[in-house]
Design a protein around this ligand. Sequence first.
Ligand code: IFM
Length: 453
Amino acid sequence: MTESAIALPAEILPPGFLWGAATSAYQIEGSPLADGAGASIWHRFSHTPGRTLNGDTGDLACDHYRRSDEDVALMAALGLGAYRFSVAWARILPEGTGQLNQRGLDFYRGLVDRLLEQGIEPMLTLYHWDLPEALDARGGWTSDASPEWFADYARILFRALGDRVRFWITLNEPWVVTAGGYLFGDLAPGHRSLSEAPVVAHNLLRAHAAAFTTGRAEGIPNIGLAVNLEPQYPASRAPEDLAATARRDAFINRWFLDPLFLGTYPSELEGIFGAAWPDRTRSTLDSLCAPPDFIGVNYYSRSVVQQDPTDWPVKAGRVHREGRPHTAMGWEIYPQGLTDILVWLKERYGNPPLYITENGAAFEDPPAVDGRIHDRARVAYLRTHLLAAARALRRGVDLRGYFAWSLLDNFEWSYGYSKRFGLVQVDLATQRRLLKDSALAYRDLILRCRERP
Ligand code: IFM
């Protein structure tokens, strides 16, 4: 066992539990326009001055597009049982619809084949934020036609890879797509619009539903949705704080799940968006109501909420608790929140199958000493969050796997390369990969779990 092991008894997680790591296309691949690919909104956004820290782009990123064999070998060395990655839509369909780009498809076919050769289960995300630029020009996710575009794209991948990929995710974090891309404007395509956000959210739900139905028609059994969840705790028992907490919970946690599981939007959203909140008929909502086969939970932190009438648009403030540990993103480290949100999912939505599809932390890693990076903070983060996951399992949550975010240090969107989430360090100048202690510790834990009787 390594010096800073994730000292967990292997028995706390059940046999058959899926151990993985996650990435996304634009964050790691590089070569965004290679082999006939079209540009994505992230290509344009990152090339727009002032949009990303230091003007960083995904032009090279981790050069994974050209080094995927090396990276799969790295995953095998880590003993990963599964790998979650996303497909860049514009590599498959450069214009977003219409003409297929075979070379783009071949890249992912090759990746899936390499993974399977190594006994690594692929978990494929269809959309992790990189909408084809050509579709943005047609209105992007504000367009009524966007669900159909997405379902047509999904069908191509279901047909091409459905015999080999057992785990599919339609959308990654539709809340972030909506809020970051169309409400706050810090992510591509960079809009700030109170009226666009509810339209986009609705179209994303329709897109998920359309891809889900298409997948079923193609005989795909296991189609999930990955959501970012952040439990909300009131800063006090004052009625204003409790009300603000409920609003923020509706906004972040329930906006996309209530329609799928309960067939309604949370009532608080109308109060948040006011006149910008569109009326939806019962039958429109009924058409969305179909629980996915599993929910992917992306968990990083919690919020402690205090009423703040000046805050826009959710009229709720996040309290930064002095003295509590934070990651380099400024996110409080709060493992108990993972247990709480998993139990909440079980209780509110009838115990759906769950995978933790992202969990991890950015830290200022210490420099390498004798070829080792002692990222103790990340090892501790993993350990405490896995213990939190195990507590949820003991409370009857149907949790089936864990994917560390992220396999590699990569492009953290508008933060560029300044935030490092990887288990594996990537030297941006040389592209050399170096396993951090967290990677070694994760490997040891996976091996111990595999070896137990
Ligand atoms: O890097 C992102 C990822 O793309 C989506 N979930 C959160 C991660 C960390 O910010």
